[in-house]
Design a protein around this ligand. Structure first.
Ligand SMILES: C[S@@+](CC[C@H](N)C(=O)[O-])C[C@H]1O[C@@H](n2cnc3c(N)ncnc32)[C@H](O)[C@@H]1O
Length: 274
């Protein structure tokens, strides 16, 4: 079950405000391709697809099959992608071992039970399949322009899962760590465009601050838009995990890998890659 339900107005705001122009997604296109290694006939699950912006892009960019799963009826009603099933991370309406990869974009903080989601993902993925998680993780928001202005919204992120928490939940369910990297996107051609496009309802952290705090942030952003030309770039994290084969779950080598991965995670988190 989702923690946040979207009504029609919120979905419309989400669609209007959160779409990054395709030309701004070149680095995401490359980063995803590196991990996905797309091939004809590959089937990817877009979990918590929203209106299916990424589902459509992935099908166009890579020529793969995409099945989207989305719990919100309002999101599904406006879907840009034909193959969107009703369901959620805790009950994915797909058979065992039926997908080759999973994409989870800005969803992980909305999942009520990370471990249950990881177990369910393990069920539907083939052995060795990658899970690509695009997210802002706790403590790693410095690359997001919005939080430079809406500084009070950063406290909302304190409730988001950290990289270590996601890795632990997925590790227990039988996933190995592959990599963590910050990926850049050009979100808008200018701050002025970004402020014009901003919709409070499209951003959970902005919904959860007070009206006064929101107004203060908006004033800061508008003032900066008058003096700061140039495109708005943001970086979000891409955490990649891989479903281990059944035999790996309790194997000695896998335990060793997980210890090594924890060290690598701490190193990456401390790199200040944003
Ligand atoms: C911020 S939106 C991101 C939508 C889309 N992935 C994107 O990047 O454009 C978060 C989405 O997660 C979905 N969601 C919330 N709880 C979920 C759950 N338990 N399982 C799967 N999806 C969920 C919401 O309905 C919403 O569509």
């Amino acid at each position: 079950m989702p923690r946040i339900t979207y009504n029609e107005a919120e979905v419309a705001a989400f669609e209007a405000a959160r779409r990054v122009p395709r030309e701004g997604l070149a680095d995401w296109r490359d980063a995803v391709a590196r991990h996905l290694k797309p091939r004809p006939g590959m089937r990817l699950l877009d979990l918590g697809s929203g209106v299916g912006m990424w589902a459509r892009d992935f099908a166009d960019w890579y020529g793969i099959d995409v099945v989207a799963v989305e719990p919100s009826e309002a999101m599904r009603a406006r879907a840009w992608w034909p193959d969107v099933l009703a369901g959620d991370a805790e009950a994915i309406p797909l058979p065992d071992a039926s997908v080759d990869a999973a994409w989870i974009s800005t969803v992980i903080h909305q999942l009520p039970d990370l471990r249950a989601a990881a177990v369910e993902l393990r069920r539907v993925l083939h052995s060795g399949a990658p899970v690509l998680i695009r997210s802002v993780f706790r403590g790693r928001h410095d690359g997001i322009t919005l939080f430079r202005f809406f500084t009070e919204a950063v406290r909302v992120l304190d409730a988001y899962p950290s990289v270590a928490e996601v890795r632990a939940a997925f590790g227990e369910a039988g996933f190995d760590f592959v990599s963590l990297e910050a990926v850049r996107q050009v979100t808008a051609d200018s701050l002025s465009t970004a402020v014009d496009r901003l919709r409070r309802e499209a951003h959970t952290p902005l919904m959860l601050i007070t009206d006064e705090e929101y107004e203060r942030g908006l004033s800061r952003m508008r003032a900066a838009a008058n003096t700061q030309p140039g495109p708005v770039t943001d970086t979000l994290d891409l955490l990649v995990l891989r479903r281990s084969s059944n035999g790996d779950r309790t194997g000695k080598d896998s335990t060793h890998d997980r210890q090594t991965d924890t060290e690598a995670d701490e190193h990456a988190a401390g790199d200040g890659v944003h």
